[in-house]
Design a protein around this ligand. Structure first.
Ligand code: AMP
Ligand code: GLY
Length: 426
């Protein structure tokens, strides 16, 4: 079958690499894609937000399935756009409906959902601009650090954690009154700080059944030792050693089942990935956030560990027959390390020539911000490439990714050399 994949990052390159291995795939198209997806697919120059153009393309190219990588088109209702169009309604879109995507699109929505279904999460309050005095009073009830979240999508920057009350009050006012994150902070969530170790669990659901995919830990800060600014993610490891069977059982019973059941009971159509950001607080799982898609760079370690045919899994999602399928996993450890442009996550230069990818033989190279310019492969984003390696031990996987990261060059390349080190002795 012909498949359209929407997105342009390392996540989409990993999906494209995996889908290209499916016996069921005829032609893969990626919109808009990157230089990496070109190895497996035809890139299509249509904006992710241009549903009308996507529709024309899907009809013309006899697309039989659409996989949505990023949250933007999902929050904007691409699932519903297909469902409500008589020419498109038979084509499965892998991703939730617009209302389902609100699990990521609105922190308040997701908190209310968790409360309705008794899913463990930090206690919280939601406030609008008109409620600033109440919000300031509410803040005082918590001990530091203070966690303040813009309700809407804010390009991964909408969560601020502050150590003292004075700064927290300033931040709260900035968000609510001075619209620091634009419309996204017209509402804010203030919540209890959870102390523990973070990890992410990924679920694929067809709305009735679900499959738990490998867990992963990502490294969000730019600097080694988890210092400096937040990024989209500088590396990831799967599986997570501290997510043992006992812990994952609690996650399944207290979080995954009530989430899938809750969506079903509320008639929220959801046929796609649920990315559950968790805090392990002394062995007890608490949900920090939901995302309505796979993570990036988590996909670059989770997807390579799935041995089963991904397209078959997606077909089962579309038909609501996931219960009939077994997901086979690679038991080895996967580690990915992101090569980024100097300056990222702040301003960075693009169009730096990239060399050496052909020398990488022992790792998978997933492109993120890359493009072809004339005959050259050049940088085209902050996060440039993810280098994924397998190992029987975490040390082995880290070692391979570090060694192969060195073989690729572009001006002022930067990567964290401590990805996974905190997990070695666990
Ligand atoms: P989010 O965008 O909701 O994933 O939040 C970004 C990051 O802020 C998370 O990955 C956590 O490290 C941190 N965070 C969010 N909420 C809390 C919380 N209630 N307690 C502690 N850390 C949090
Ligand atoms: N790596 C975090 C995310 O994809 O949201």
């Amino acid at each position: 079958m012909n498949v359209l994949l929407i997105g342009s990052g390392g996540r989409e390159n990993a999906f494209a690499w995996k889908l290209a291995q499916s016996k069921k795939l005829n032609t893969l198209f990626v919109c808009p894609g990157n230089a990496g997806t070109l190895q497996f697919a035809t890139n299509v120059n249509i904006a992710e937000s241009d549903f009308e153009e996507i529709k024309k393309f899907v009809i013309k190219n006899v697309i039989k399935m659409v996989l949505v990588g990023p949250e933007g088109p999902l929050v904007n209702g691409i699932y519903d756009f297909f469902k409500e169009d008589t020419q498109l309604s038979n084509i499965p879109v892998i991703g939730p409906s617009k209302i389902g995507a609100q699990l990521e699109g609105s922190k308040d929505f997701s908190k209310q959902f968790m409360i309705r279904h008794s899913i463990p999460t930090a206690s919280y309050g939601t406030f609008t601009k008109e409620q600033l005095p109440e919000a300031l009073d509410f803040l005082v009830k918590f001990n530091p650090p203070y966690v303040i979240k813009a309700d809407g999508l804010a390009a991964g920057k909408g969560v601020v954690i502050l150590n003292n009350l004075k700064d927290a009050k300033v931040e709260l006012t900035e968000m609510l009154v001075n619209a620091k994150f634009g419309n996204a902070s017209s509402k804010v969530v203030i919540e209890e700080f959870l102390k523990g170790i973070e990890l992410s669990v990924f679920v694929l659901t067809d709305g009735k059944n679900y499959k738990i995919l490998p867990s992963a830990k990502d490294y969000k800060r730019i600097g080694e030792g988890d210092t400096g600014l937040n990024t989209g993610g500088m590396g990831a490891v799967s599986p997570v050693p501290f997510a043992d069977e006992t812990f994952l059982k609690k996650v399944e019973e207290r979080v995954i089942i009530p989430t899938v059941e809750g969506l079903r009971k509320e008639n929220v159509e959801y046929k796609g990935f649920i990315f559950i950001g968790l805090m392990n607080c002394g062995g007890e799982p608490y949900v920090i956030e939901y995302n309505c898609r796979m993570g990036d760079p988590e996909t670059e370690v989770v997807v390579p560990r799935i041995k089963s045919d991904l397209l078959e899994l997606f077909e089962a999602v579309g038909n609501q027959t996931l219960n009939e399928i077994q997901v086979e996993l690679d038991e080895r450890i996967a580690v990915t390390v992101m090569l980024v442009s100097a300056g990222y996550p702040g301003d960075f230069e693009k169009e730096k020539i990239i060399t050496g990818t052909e020398n990488v033989k022992q790792s998978l190279v997933f492109h993120a911000g890359t493009k072809i310019e004339g005959k050259d492969l050049v940088t085209n984003g902050g996060r440039v490439m993810a280098i994924t390696s397998f190992g029987d031990t975490i040390e082995e996987a880290i070692g391979l990714s570090m060694k192969n990261a060195e073989l690729i060059n572009f001006d002022n390349k930067y990567y964290r050399k401590d990805i996974g080190n905190d997990l070695i002795k666990l």
